[in-house]
Design a protein around this ligand. Structure first.
Ligand SMILES: Cc1ncc(COP(=O)(O)O)c(C=O)c1O
Length: 407
């Protein structure tokens, strides 16, 4: 392929002088990559690859569907920002009816607060006094924060800090309902921790957080329902114990994209902290639907990685510009080519992926662009600093991904 036709194919513009002129204009457009970029008139074909893409139509349907589900079932919606780390996504979730967002890290909470996203629930334990100090500063600057606490030491650190800073803070007791990751055990242990928190006049216990990570990706609806009902059942019991003991427990926050329609039906469960539903991914599509279907299709895959074919020297495979730095490879499932059945992606290093084709299919050509649904959305988002928000082939906006740092 000569240079002219290569440009023409990869830029998806006319050939000849048009291709060359367009290439010059593009290099201007992208010359200062760290500056806010111009998207007016930009199409998907012009985005430098690899790139993270959100299909706005699918994304908006996902946001709306979850918000409607929460409203219909009378549950509050506090989506988890760990999935997207993106204030613009949070704003849209809140505009659709969410009461705020969850954050997994102090940095996420800071980024959301800095962007003016109201009511943030920090869902992870904090045992470092320096991080506690950052939380205090966030509140002093006007951030609306609630913190999950799962251990006596966390409670101690937090109460010392809020007393010293003379601030008030709402807290939830973080329960370990079976995934053995964080939190205190349900029942008496949880009650003891709630009592400890209540002894600090500046901390206000508002209820319980019970995230059941072991339920979210359980394959098959009936089994998922059994696992989640058992987990949330323990939280409901503990909530009753709190109330019988005179401790406020208005909130029972938990749930996931895989169990949203299970947990919301449980009496005593008040708040959904779902995350992945906005983007979806291959892992979630494999868990199976309520109707017995193999593919879980309650929410649509809206997030893809756009790649270009960089090399086509072999009869059985081509090479794309998305390796493990662009397509997260930490789960068992592979990326899936969007609208291109039969293509199979295999990682081929940090910068590259190999794409082959199942029986008798046609291999993509040099310069061709392919989109892949990501295996697991959260870590994949974390590989990028921006999302190209596209309506069809038109780039409608660029959304910065904030708080990619892990602290
Ligand atoms: C504490 C907590 N809550 C909620 C979620 C959201 O789960 P999902 O993305 O499966 O909806 C997660 C995800 O890991 C989580 O860690």
């Amino acid at each position: 392929m000569d240079r002219r036709s290569f440009l023409s194919a990869s830029l998806a513009v006319g050939g000849g002088a048009a291709a060359t002129a367009s290439a010059a204009a593009l290099s201007d457009r992208w010359s200062e990559a760290s500056e806010p970029m111009e998207t007016a008139g930009l199409t998907k074909h012009e985005i430098p690859t690899p790139a993270l893409i959100v299909d706005l139509d699918a994304f908006e349907r996902n946001v709306r569907k979850m918000a409607e589900h929460a409203a219909r079932t009378g549950r509050r919606l506090r989506p988890h920002a760990k999935t997207h780390k993106c204030p613009e996504v949070a704003r849209r979730q809140i505009a659709a009816g969410a009461i705020g967002v969850c954050a997994a890290t102090v940095a996420e909470a800071e980024a959301m607060a800095a962007a003016g996203v109201g009511e943030i629930l920090l869902t992870s334990p904090i045992v470092d006094p320096r991080k506690v100090a950052r939380l205090v500063r966030l509140v002093q600057r006007g951030g609306r924060l609630m913190v999950s606490v799962g251990h006596a030491l966390e409670a101690e650190l937090l109460s010392e800090a809020v007393i010293a800073a003379r601030i008030e803070l709402d807290v939830l007791v973080d329960l370990d309902v079976g995934d053995k990751r964080t939190g205190v055990l349900p029942g008496e242990s949880a009650l003891q921790l709630a009592r400890q928190l209540s002894r600090c006049a500046k901390l206000h216990v508002r209820g319980i957080q019970a995230y059941a990570g072991h339920a979210s990706h359980t394959v098959g609806f009936a089994e998922r329902q059994r696992v989640s009902a058992k987990a949330i059942g323990q939280a409901v019991e503990t909530r009753r114990l709190f109330e019988r003991s005179g401790i406020e427990a208005g909130i029972l926050s938990g749930g996931s994209t895989g169990t949203y329609n299970i947990d919301a039906e449980i009496e005593g469960f008040t708040e959904l902290q779902v995350g992945s539903y906005v983007f979806m991914d291959v892992d979630y599509r494999r868990i199976g639907g309520r109707d017995g279907s193999a593919i879980y299709s309650d929410f649509e895959p809206s997030l893809t990685v756009l790649t270009s074919v960089l090399s086509a020297a072999h009869a059985e495979r081509v090479t794309v510009d998305a390796g493990t730095k662009a397509l997260d490879a930490t789960t068992a499932h592979k990326p899936e080519a969007k609208n291109r059945p039969g293509l199979v992606y295999t990682k081929a290093g940090d910068e590259f992926g190999a794409v082959s084709v199942e029986a008798n299919g046609a291999l993509p050509k040099l310069g061709e662009r392919l989109e892949f649904i990501v295996p697991h959305c959260d870590p994949n988002v974390n590989l990028y600093d921006r999302i190209y928000a596209c309506r069809g082939d038109r780039v409608e906006a660029l959304w910065p991904i904030a708080a990619r740092r892990g602290d």
